[in-house]
Design a protein around this ligand. Structure first.
Ligand SMILES: NC(=O)c1ccc[n+]([C@@H]2O[C@H](COP(=O)([O-])OP(=O)(O)OC[C@H]3O[C@@H](n4cnc5c(N)ncnc54)[C@H](OP(=O)(O)O)[C@@H]3O)[C@@H](O)[C@H]2O)c1
Length: 352
C-alpha cells in the first residue's frame, strides 16, 4: 500500500485537482488536504471523485499556517505533492507578507517538517513557478541567450514589489535548504515543477487562482478596449499535472523543471484566439498602446516601474528538461484555450 500512496496538498485548487484526478486514473491511493471539508461547494469535484473511485481518495483538513497539520494526512505516503500556496495577481494583493509570503513560506516549512518526521516519504514534488526564476520579464533579458532557464533564481522581487513571485522564490529556496539539511544519503528527493501561467479546463468550481482570474476578466468582456502588450510563458494544466507525476515516478528526475511552451505568448494573441472561439466582440483584438497603459497604471494599481520592466518583453524559454526527462508533450495553445473557455462557460452558467 505504502508504495502507491501519495499526499496532495491544496486539493481544492486548480492544479492540484488535476493531479488528484490523474493519480486516481492511474489507480493510486490518494490522501488530499483541503482547508475545510465542510465547504461542500469548494470540494464538490473531490466528493465526485470519491464516488467515481470508491475507497481511493481520503480527504483531510490542513492549513499551511498550522504546524503539524500535515502529519496525519502524510502517514503511510511515499510521495508528497506540495501544491497549496496562494496565487493572486499582483494588483489584487494588498498585504504581500500576510496574503502570500507567510502562507507560502510557513506552508513549505510545515509540510517539510512533517516529511522529515515521516519515514515512508521518498519523494517530494514542490509546485514552484517560473516566478521563482524571474520577477519581471526584463530579468530574462539578463539571462544567457536571453532565454529563461532553471539555472537562475529570482533576485529582483521583494515583499513590496512583486510579492507573489517573492513568495515563490523564498518558499522554493527554503525547500532546497531543508532538503540539503538531510544526513547523507538523503532519505527523500526534492524535485520542483516551475510552471508558467497555467491555463486549461478547471475541475475546481471555486478556485481563485490568478491565472483563472486573468482570463475571467477577458472572457467577461472587462478588457473590451484592448489588452496591454504583456507576454506570458504558458502551459496547459493537464501537462502541469502530468509533469508532477512523472517527476515523482521517474527515477532520474532531479532539480527544477520549467513547464511552459518554448516561446512566450502575447496577451493579444490569447485575446484573438478566444475571440475567434467565443465569437464575442467584447473580447478585444487589439493592444492598448504602452503610453496609454502607463497613464492608466495608477488606476490598475500597476507601478510605472512594473510597467517599464514588463510591457513589450517577449522571451524564449528552455523547456528541454521537461521534454527529455519528463516526456511532456505540449498541446497547442488553441486547444488549451478552447477547453479553458468550455469549462469557464459551464461554471459560469451554473453560478448564474
Ligand atoms: N495557476 C498558475 O498559473 C500557476 C503558475 C505557476 C505556479 N502555480 C502554483 O501552483 C500552485 C497551485 O495554484 P493554483 O493555480 O492551482 O491556484 P488555486 O486554485 O488558487 O490553488 C491554491 C490552493 O492553495 C490553497 N491554500 C491557500 N492558502 C492556504 C492555506 N493557508 N492553507 C491551506 N491551503 C491553502 C487553496 O486552498 P483554498 O481552496 O482553501 O483557498 C488552494 O487549494 C501554487 O503553489 C501556485 O503558486 C500556479
Amino acid at each position: 500500500m505504502t508504495a502507491n500512496t501519495s499526499l496532495v496538498t491544496g486539493a481544492s485548487g486548480f492544479i492540484a485537482s488535476h493531479v488528484v484526478q490523474q493519480l486516481l486514473k492511474k489507480g493510486e491511493q490518494v490522501h488530499a488536504t483541503v482547508r475545510s471539508t465542510k465547504n461542500k461547494k469548494k470540494i464538490k469535484h473531490l466528493l465526485d471523485m470519491q464516488e467515481r473511485w470508491p475507497g481511493k481518495l481520503t480527504l483531510f483538513e490542513a492549513d499551511l499556517l498550522a504546524a503539524g497539520s500535515f502529519e496525519a494526512p502524510m502517514r503511510d505516503c511515499s510521495v508528497v505533492y506540495h501544491i497549496a500556496s496562494p496565487f493572486f495577481i499582483e494588483n489584487r494583493i494588498h498585504d504581500g507578507q500576510k496574503e502570500v509570503v507567510e502562507p507560502a513560506l510557513k506552508g513549505t516549512q510545515h509540510v517539510l517538517d512533517s516529511v522529515q518526521k515521516c519515514e515512508t516519504v521518498k519523494v517530494v514534488v514542490l509546485t514552484s513557478s517560473v516566478a521563482a526564476i524571474f520577477g519581471d520579464n526584463a530579468d530574462v533579458l539578463e539571462m544567457k541567450n536571453k532565454t529563461l532557464s532553471s539555472e537562475y533564481f529570482n533576485t529582483t522581487s521583494t515583499v513590496n514589489y512583486n510579492a507573489y513571485p517573492y513568495s515563490k522564490v523564498v518558499a522554493e529556496k527554503e525547500a532546497w535548504r531543508i532538503y540539503k539539511e538531510q544526513t547523507s544519503p538523503p532519505r527523500w528527493k526534492l524535485v520542483t515543477i516551475n510552471p508558467g501561467l497555467v491555463l486549461g479546463p478547471s475541475l475546481s468550481p471555486t478556485s481563485e487562482s490568478g491565472s483563472l482570474s486573468l482570463l475571467d476578466q477577458l472572457l467577461r468582456g472587462q478588457l473590451f478596449l484592448g489588452v496591454p502588450d504583456m507576454w506570458f510563458a504558458i502551459v496547459d494544466v493537464r501537462e502541469v499535472a502530468t509533469a508532477h507525476i512523472q517527476a515523482a515516478e521517474c527515477p532520474d528526475s532531479h532539480g527544477r523543471y520549467i513547464l511552459a511552451d518554448s516561446k512566450t505568448h502575447g496577451f493579444v494573441e490569447l485575446a484573438r484566439i478566444l475571440r475567434s472561439i467565443t465569437q464575442s466582440s467584447r473580447i478585444p483584438k487589439n493592444k492598448i498602446p504602452n503610453a496609454l497603459v502607463h497613464i492608466c497604471g495608477p488606476m490598475l494599481r500597476l507601478s510605472q516601474k512594473w510597467l517599464r520592466l514588463n510591457l513589450s518583453i517577449p522571451f524564449d524559454i528552455d523547456n528541454r528538461p521537461s521534454l527529455d526527462q519528463l516526456k511532456i508533450v505540449y498541446r497547442p495553445l488553441e486547444e488549451t484555450l478552447a477547453d479553458h473557455y468550455r469549462s469557464w462557460k459551464s461554471a459560469h452558467s451554473v453560478s448564474h
